[in-house]
Design a protein around this ligand. Sequence first.
Ligand code: TEU
Length: 557
Amino acid sequence: MKHTDWYKDAIIYQIYPRSFCDSNNDGMGDIQGIISKIDYLKNLGINCIWLSPIYDSPQEDNGYDISDYYSIYKPFGTMDDLKELINKLHENGIRLIMDLVVNHTSSEHKWFKEALKDPNSKYRNYYYFKKGKGKNYNRPPNNWTGFFGGTTWERVGNSPYYYLHLFAKGQPDLNWENEEVRKEVKNILKFYLDMGVDGFRCDVITLISKKQDFKNRAPTLALCGKDAYVNGPRLHEFLHELYLDVYSNYDCMTVGETVLSTLNEAKELTIPSREELSMVFNFDHTNVDNFFGVKWIERKFNLKRFKKVFSKWQNGMYEVNGWNSLFIENHDQRRSPGRFNTSLDNEYKDISSKMLASTYFLMQGTPFIYQGQELGMTNGDFKTIDDFKDVETHNIDKMRKEIPILRPILNKSLFRESRDNARTPFQWDDSEFAGFSTITPWIQVNKNKKEINAKKELQDENSLLCYYQKLIKLRKEYKIIKTGKYNDLLPNSKYIFAYNRKENNKELVVISNFSKKNIKCKLLSKYKEYKLLLSNYADNDNTILKPYETRILYREG
Ligand code: TEU
């Protein structure tokens, strides 16, 4: 089978299955729910889905803790449902990529259970078990701290041993040094590719190789030890091995979630000749509004910094024939309305969301839309800590209570940054449970379902949803969006994000006002002869950009 780069024409829609559509009314989304919405997805125009994990799991981290890679979490359905989904999507010209979570398993996975039961079992070496320190081994093997706060080590009963978990306690890290572990991963990949799956979003893939010294590292504010467990020494070797033994035999794509990777590291992961990954998710732009990459520590949004990040990644990848992913939301990020200088005021909410959409969607790379983003869904209306379900939110809340110096910062950011903000039920209509279910869902529905829902937006050609449809059409129609060179036209402007995409005698220009003010913009006269492909205002002035105005312009010849 020829390994092609179809992913460069993909427009990918991320589905978080718990919260998308509940077909059997148990309060939780499921695979049949997704099948029932294929027409909706087709009508939106997307041509690929990334499905967050649906495998069997105790759900400590909503499925990112897998207890059996070869079966489906019952409330989501069965393997037959998955096959039906793949077939029906393919019949409709939509591909499917699955979430591959292989940095860790669940502590309920049979490998881990065997490893605990019998220290001499071969499964012991599937994970990292290390002796604790101190006379009674009552201190962990080292001082590393993890992604959900606190130590990365959990003691096994009263034994001298601890196991490594970079995420929740129920997510022990797999030992990729062990060739048998890599074999298991390849078998999982083949199983799903043979079933017809078109690729994988590879969860925290840059964490799979660890420096083997397991020594203490200099203390840091967060993620102590990251130099030992991020972009480890054998990362490239492992990924290339997966490519050679599996991916190269299928027409599939991979997108790596590469937390904390720099542009140079991302290049090494994606330059086609290196045969590792098709593309990666980088988080530099979502870190513009925080300090040190720690989302809990808020930093005022700054458009110049935001633009600089895009220039760096757009040009950096172009130069090496690499490829970017483009996204502004996912299941770990808060919702975008009100973020990146957009507005939550009724008057400007949709206008500014359209502006943000035009800006990120027409760059070079594969665009992703997270479910509900196309509606302008907002953060949840959580009132107390008990309203939250997310393990990270509760771990951080614990830290907030236990560590007084963190309290002021976390008091401000915990609710705003909780991942549950993006995980509330999809708003299909304005009924009691937003058309997601007929009973109380696993997590509360947003109150604004009356104003923000798919049914309403499908009937209004000026809705955000219809605007996304138009953007998708543009990407399909104008090849320059795939291939043109990116250039920031106003890197020094505090309010305007303007860039072009150029190729031969063709030019596409995007001009966006990231502020609530009318802004005089000299560029407008320069492009006045260009054809206006799309804007979020019906009338456009020759010299002034209205609040949050965006224009997409084009010229050929
Ligand atoms: O996320 C990895 C990751 O880095 C995030 O945990 C991030 O640090 C966190 O969300 C910050 O709030 C992936 C998945 O996307 C996430 O849902 C999982 O919880 C995590 O891996 C563990 O599998």
